[in-house]
Design a protein around this ligand. Sequence first.
Ligand SMILES: O=C(O)CCC(=O)C(=O)O
Length: 276
Amino acid sequence: MLTEDEKWIFDLQGYLVLRKVVSDNDLAIMTERSDEWHALSDRELPPPLRSYEDPEKHPKAARAILDVEYADHVFDRLILNREIMRIVLALTYERPQHLLSALTMNTWKNDEIGLHGGTEGTWHNPANDYQVADGKIFATFLNAAVSLVDVPPGCGFVCIPGSHKSSFRRPDYVDIRTGPPLVTNVPIGAGDAVIFTEALCHGALPWTPKDRPRRTVFVRYSTSYASWSPGVGPKEEYRSKLSEGVYEMKKQAGFQGPKKIVSQLLEEIQGERKIG
Ligand SMILES: O=C(O)CCC(=O)C(=O)O
């Protein structure tokens, strides 16, 4: 499902850039929803939406609104986006679980996001693992950062390419502003996605445009049997708000056989590829 070039790039860098994974129509709906919900306080959000950190208590933190897939089908659809799935299915050996989607807004007033992740001290962590064997890549915790806006150079996602394989402690003087060749900024366009292993050391430069915010949907997946956090899964009381496929994608499952939705996706993606 990954091309040989994509395998080479992902293994070398720890991330891939996917161009135009979201249609203009879905982009417009997501942007409208983002502006609508980010204008509300946490108390006013339609349940089960909530912020990762309450903006009243953490006014400088970029606000991430969680569980948006329960409130608009456009975010449910994004979880099973075929281009993202093509990569996630391959990297999890076809045993994925959707963990969390976060509709995030960064303005010029928000704090930067320091470097975090990386394998320093967490090598052999099964919940955030990275391995290569038999010509295949295996990663147990993935993040697809789908941008709803054009991100200019010097803003947004940064990472240390290759750090997902590092075995040594990062020196304290290396930070988000260190720049190339160590720290790479990945500016992308509206509708593009950066998909990365959370084992990659990454962060974000401050958003500088004052006339518009950065809007991103971070869609996180793990393997369905070695999950990053306990107790994640679909919210049963809101089950009717999800498509059947997303409901199943959110469930924990063993490694013995693929989920029904995974078999369907594989058939569709491989079928599309053959026809294409
Ligand atoms: O804002 C960004 O691009 C970085 C986000 C991040 O660090 C994360 O989702 O783990």
